[in-house]
Design a protein around this ligand. Structure first.
Ligand SMILES: [Zn+2]
Length: 271
């Protein structure tokens, strides 16, 4: 089986204060990409890791209380920017996408789920359970807009099952073999959000690490650049977040040939 190919993409971006994303950075507004990735899988076709923003997320942000989300992090998304539109340009119809691996349920990661009606959603059950009962302000406060999830979300969800990681994936001790063939590994990176996962994907050129929101920048994924205490306070579990960041940095140190993509920064090129 030929290896998977990972194509880092973005669907829209959001405006945020640089000083919030990294302690010591200037207090100016900066645009951050809403990154996602297309995995070209030899058996499963086009597989998505998150979707970035999408029309349902924007709709929810026009209504109360979703409008608060847009006030805190204003979103820019043109119709041609959505995952669905970009895949169409590449020749993939929405129904060809059978698998979407979801890092976590923040609106800038699942905003396009409704655009892929035939996809199974692979995620950690721990990402969903704490958010499932939340509606209104309580949901928005967790950056979760329930309207972004399709009505049949639970029926289409396939919970990741974690097992002891192969030695070469240390220091991750638990990973999930998403397709059961070693082609795509999901690694727990909880803290920023409950049950967040990243992906470890062996490609022909080396290992690609899709780290979701475990760090705000590629720089912070590789070296210690903590976010502002205000941002840390918004995390689901700040202590878990710090531990996940440390594990990610240790993993990247142990795999100097790997490239890393975090959701809100330009993807790294191969070393
Ligand atoms: Zn997030």
């Amino acid at each position: 089986m030929s290896p998977v190919r990972v194509i880092p993409l973005q669907a829209g971006d959001c405006l945020n204060l640089a000083a919030i994303t990294e302690r010591g950075a200037p207090w100016r507004v900066q645009a951050y990409p809403a990154g996602f990735a297309l995995l070209l899988h030899p058996l499963h076709g086009p597989v998505l890791f998150d979707t970035g923003y999408g029309a349902p997320a924007l709709q929810a942000m026009r209504r109360w209380p979703g409008v608060l989300y847009g006030l805190v992090t204003p979103v820019r998304l043109r119709p041609q920017d959505t995952a669905r539109a970009q895949l169409a340009v590449m020749g993939f119809a929405p129904q060809e996408v059978r698998h979407i691996i979801v890092s976590h349920l923040h609106a800038d990661h699942v905003g396009g789920l409704r655009d892929f009606p035939h996809a199974t959603f692979h995620l950690d059950r721990a990402a969903y359970e704490p958010l499932r009962p939340l509606r209104g302000l309580k949901a928005v406060r967790r950056a979760f807009l329930p309207e972004t999830l399709p009505g049949d979300f639970e029926a289409r969800a396939r919970w990741l099952t974690f097992q002891a990681a192969p030695a070469e994936l240390a220091p991750f001790s638990q990973v999930a073999d998403v397709f059961g063939d070693g082609s795509v590994w999901a690694a727990p990176l909880p803290g920023h959000a409950p049950g967040m996962v990243g992906l470890l994907v062996p490609e022909a050129r080396g290992l690609t690490v899709l780290a979701a929101d475990a760090a705000w920048s590629v720089r912070a994924a590789r070296e210690v650049h903590p976010p502002h205490p205000l941002a840390r306070a918004a995390f689901f579990d700040p202590a878990q977040e710090e531990a996940s960041g440390a594990r990610l940095r240790a993993f990247l140190k142990a795999h100097p040939g790997a490239r890393v993509q975090v959701s809100h920064d330009a993807p790294e090129s191969w070393p």
